[in-house]
Design a binder for this molecule. Structure first.
Ligand SMILES: [Zn+2]
Length: 374
């Protein structure tokens, strides 16, 4: 369930226990700057300093979200930097006041940085604004100030998945309800993506190449808005429900003494991808998944028993476990959760299974509300 944005990013550093990673599309930004620098008649070294400064401002913004989330008991899985800004992937789903505070913290830190730069320039007797090329330190600082003002204002646009969209949603949801508030913020996000997409082609109509950064922004905004709206709808369905309601009770099992050869045959006979290894008392002693089996079959003799090779720390939950907690774990590193009663296996939960459960619940709700009359 890890989103595309997290899969195509590479580790940079770790701060406050949070991994910061950079998305591969970041290279595009560097190419764009390399092309633009001679055109802007700027000093390449100072332009590089502005870029590093802006990158640091984006990182400060994301840590604003992450550390505020920590105050509300929500950890951050990672921070991913993209050419159009950063994403702090939270390990939880803040709502109400927490959502408002976490969303506002990022832009407010950019406002703080902008105020510090503004005061610094004014106290040094230098003009705070200027749109000229980056030729000396004051002009570099002016661009940095401009960049932070942009980060503050753009992130406050009231459209999902921008911070302003979250602020709008949490503000509206107190009197319009969560569902309508989310729908409004999502539609505004899609409208923003369409406008950005159109704006990207304005230079093209004038005979110059279209703006790649704007087009990329439109794409990320559209993806974010769609993802955010389906996540919120999923949370609404799962709220108050228990693991026992959503688990798949028919699942293939393996025993510790089963061989790799046997496990691979089972793998070929089903669409299931994760398998519990269950002992003689019905308890989950371990697990193996499709990828692990494919790796093992290339390296180990077919008659090796799974006991020696399985993951011995499978994640288990009880039937009354909250489905929001299940979703949180499945959106993290867990591929499958095993549902147990008195340590005995009762069923399994996977991201696909949970999505299917949500789809069925949504349709049932639709039918029962009378909206689907023939
Ligand atoms: Zn933000």
């Amino acid at each position: 369930m890890r989103p595309l944005i997290g899969r195509l990013a590479f580790p940079m550093f770790n701060l406050f226990g949070i991994q910061v990673r950079v998305h591969f599309t970041f290279v595009l930004l560097l190419v764009w700057i390399a092309v633009l620098a001679p055109e802007m008649e700027s000093n390449a070294g100072l332009l590089g300093l502005v870029v590093v400064g802006l990158l640091a401002s984006v990182i400060v913004h994301e840590f604003g979200h992450a550390l505020t989330a920590r105050r509300y008991g929500i950890e951050t899985r990672e921070i991913v930097l993209t050419p159009i800004g950063g994403v702090a992937r939270l390990d939880g789903y803040p709502q109400g006041r927490a959502e408002l505070a976490i969303a506002a913290a990022g832009p407010l830190l950019n406002l703080g940085l902008a105020i510090v730069l503004f005061c610094g320039l004014v106290l040094a007797g230098l003009p705070p604004w200027g749109a000229g090329p980056v030729v000396d330190l004051p002009s570099a600082l002016q661009w940095l100030l401009f960049g932070n003002v942009c980060l503050f204002l753009l992130n406050l646009l009231p459209a999902f998945p921008l911070d302003g969209g979250r602020i709008l949603r949490s503000a509206l949801s107190s009197f319009l309800g969560q569902e309508r508030a989310t729908r409004i913020a999502t539609r505004l996000g899609m409208l923003l993506a369409a406008l950005l997409g159109l704006a990207a082609f304005v230079p093209w109509t004038l005979g110059v190449p279209f703006n790649l950064i704007l087009l990329l922004t439109a794409f990320f905004v559209l993806m974010g808005a769609t993802r955010e709206s389906s996540l919120v709808r999923m949370l609404q369905v799962l709220q108050g429900r228990r693991a026992g309601e959503a688990m798949m009770t028919r699942c293939e099992r393996l025993a510790p003494q089963d061989t790799i050869e046997w496990a691979v045959r089972l793998l070929l006979s089903t669409t299931q991808r994760q398998f519990p290894v269950v002992d003689g008392w019905g308890r989950v002693a371990g697990e193996v998944d499709r990828q692990r089996l494919l790796d093992l079959v290339a390296r180990c003799p077919g008659e090796t028993p799974l006991l020696e090779l399985m993951n011995r720390e499978p994640l288990t939950v009880t039937e009354d476990c909250d489905l929001l907690e299940v979703l949180r774990q499945l959106q993290g590193s867990a591929r499958a959760l095993w549902v147990v009663r008195d340590q005995e296996l009762r069923g399994m939960l996977t991201a696909d299974g949970l999505s299917q459960f949500v789809e069925v619940c949504k349709r049932l709700r639709h039918r029962d509300s009378g909206a689907a009359r023939p």
